[in-house]
Design a protein around this ligand. Structure first.
Ligand SMILES: [Zn+2]
Length: 273
């Protein structure tokens, strides 16, 4: 498995923290006043817990992921930025599918260790070089983890939301990655993983429409739109290469602006300065 996540995640750590700190400074006296009116106290951290494995099949992989600090680097960046009322666990688990969960009873995020095989297969069919595949797996992993972090924060911080919780979790992940600079690549990898979702490859079924998640193709377009909207010049290729439609692209800068202002407002009392 790739070593590049270490470098990626570490670079991301610094940039994301800088971005959040800067936002806190830019808020000015009014925000400082409102924050002091309802001070959040830091009683917790994201804590990486030992992997839960059913058999020996994934022991070596779990050790390698731990050595390469895949979850540890994510926990570090979150803890540098967030004030939490309690600890939230973060662990790999063998769950028999390519997925991830937030378990509210345990306040714990479980990332299925099988995701590395699943995502590698998805991206191997799309990219030519090993480096591209590894970067995409890395990016998709980060999007998945931050989506679950979205569920966890909605739970422990009692963040209000309208619409589907799944869409709110996607939007937290998109905001954190895209606003944290350099995370755009991860958001694109996450989008591509939705675009190529094998579960929706054939004809769509009733269960796809009744699912609590938006359709994978919709999640793909929303994420791509937010990346494009964050910098329409830098990501002009997304429109040129038809990752997006012209009609949607027009709205993307406003969608990205709304995303950032919403999350800074919702997390205002919980961001470290
Ligand atoms: Zn979810």
């Amino acid at each position: 498995m790739s070593r590049s996540i270490g470098a990626h995640a570490r670079r991301f750590t610094l940039i994301a923290f800088a971005a959040l700190s800067m936002a806190a400074c830019e808020d000015g006296p009014a925000a400082a006043e409102s924050a002091s009116a309802r001070p959040a106290q830091d009683h917790g951290d994201f804590k990486v817990l030992p992997a839960v494995l059913e058999d020996d099949e994934y022991t070596e992989l779990a050790e390698q992921l731990s050595e390469e600090r895949w979850l540890e680097d994510v926990a570090d960046v979150l803890n540098e930025s967030l004030i939490l009322p309690r600890d939230i666990g973060l662990r790999f688990a063998q769950c028999g599918e390519n997925n991830a969960y937030y378990v509210p009873e345990d306040h714990e995020i479980q990332v299925c260790i099988e995701m590395f095989e699943g995502e590698r297969e998805t991206f191997a069919a799309y990219y030519d070089t090993e480096e591209e595949i590894e970067d995409a797996v890395n990016g998709s992993f980060l999007f998945t983890v931050f989506h679950e972090v979205g569920h966890a924060l909605i739970d422990v911080l009692e963040i209000p939301f309208t619409g589907r919780e799944e869409d709110a979790a996607d939007s937290l992940a998109a905001w954190w990655l895209i606003d944290g600079d350099d995370g755009e690549e991860s958001a694109i990898s996450g989008a591509l993983s939705f675009y190529t979702d094998p579960d929706e490859a054939g004809e769509l079924e009733e269960s796809d429409f009744s699912d609590e998640h938006s359709l994978s193709q919709q999640r793909y377009y929303t994420l791509t739109c937010l990346v494009y909207g964050s910098d329409t010049e830098k990501y002009a290729n997304l429109l040129e290469e038809e990752w997006l439609t012209e009609e949607r692209a027009e709205q993307c800068p406003a969608e990205f602006q709304r995303l950032t202002s919403t999350w800074y407002t919702l997390l205002d009392a919980h961001l470290k300065e």
